[in-house]
Design a protein around this ligand. Structure first.
Ligand SMILES: [Zn+2]
Ligand SMILES: [Zn+2]
Length: 282
């Protein structure tokens, strides 16, 4: 596959009439099962009087953000995906959301945990003021209209899925190809980083996260009644920052011990790419 051709969305959006057309189509899509608007309905909904001007701007959007069908005009699937994320509150820099109580305890002081919204992610904090340095991914919609239990489960699910993509060479934000690796970062210890040159997403996570859904880990945890894909990431000690052991620095070999809290644990040794080079039950 070659480079994907792209539309200059900023240019398309840089005009008020076009923005009003898109807003009207997004509202039609969100408000009911029928996402189609006729020419006149769309013109009225967008609040444009001048037919010539309306027609001109509608044409600018056709084929990219808007499609013209037998049933009328609607957002294209590309347009819908773009605006669905924006309208989900992902773009709100300061969402006013109460901290969500989470299962598990602070590894430093054992106090109860909560997820505090900040920017477009959640920060894991404890009642004593400790901040765990791994932010949780999640739009404000992940916790809206859910009980605290369901909100915590949703954050866990979203984070495990995004992490799995991120450590597999897939940008969790745009699905572009990334090449990640483990680096030593001053003040953090070892981290897996996979920046995306397509969208600029700076994916970074713990060393333990590289093996969070490794088949051996999944079955080890399943035997102990834990579903690796749904368990709150922050309650699994091996997924926390700075819990790996350095086996060798050159070549880099890091040991992740899964289930140190059980009688038997699982040791996995990772190389610089985050791949398992050796695994053993200890
Ligand atoms: Zn604490
Ligand atoms: Zn990306």
């Amino acid at each position: 596959m070659g480079e994907t051709s792209s539309v200059d969305v900023f240019e398309l959006l840089g005009q008020e009439t076009r923005v009003e057309i898109l807003r009207a189509l997004l509202a039609a899509r969100r408000d009911g099962p029928d996402p189609f608007l006729s020419f006149t309905e769309l013109k009225d909904a967008a609040g444009v009087r001048d037919t010539g001007r309306f027609n001109y701007h509608l044409n600018q959007l056709l084929g990219t953000l808007v499609v013209d069908t037998e049933d009328g005009y609607r957002l294209s699937s590309f347009g819908f995906r773009l605006f669905a994320r924006l309208s989900a509150g992902l773009s709100d820099p300061d969402p006013d959301i109460e901290p969500v109580p989470l299962p598990g305890h602070c590894p430093e002081c054992d106090a109860e945990l909560a997820a505090a919204a900040g920017g477009n992610q959640f920060q894991l904090v404890c009642g004593e003021g400790h901040t765990l340095n791994e932010g949780l991914l999640g739009s404000p919609r992940a916790v809206a209209n859910r009980s605290p239990e369901a909100a915590a489960e949703t954050l866990a699910l979203v984070n495990t899925q995004a992490t799995e993509l991120g450590v597999s060479g897939v940008c969790p934000s745009c699905h572009g190809r990334t090449e990640g690796g483990i680096e030593h970062v001053e003040g953090y210890g070892y981290r897996y980083r996979a920046p995306c040159s397509d969208c600029g997403n700076q994916f970074a996570t713990t060393v333990g996260d590289c093996v969070a859904t490794h088949p051996e880990v999944v079955s080890f945890l399943a035997e102990r009644g834990i579903d690796a894909r749904r368990e709150a990431t922050w309650t699994l000690p091996f997924r926390l920052p700075d819990t790996e052991t350095v086996v060798s620095e050159d070549p880099l070999r890091l040991r992740v011990t899964v289930g140190a809290e059980f009688e038997e644990s699982l040791d996995l040794v990772l190389d610089r790419t985050g791949s398992v080079v050796d695994g053993d039950l200890a």
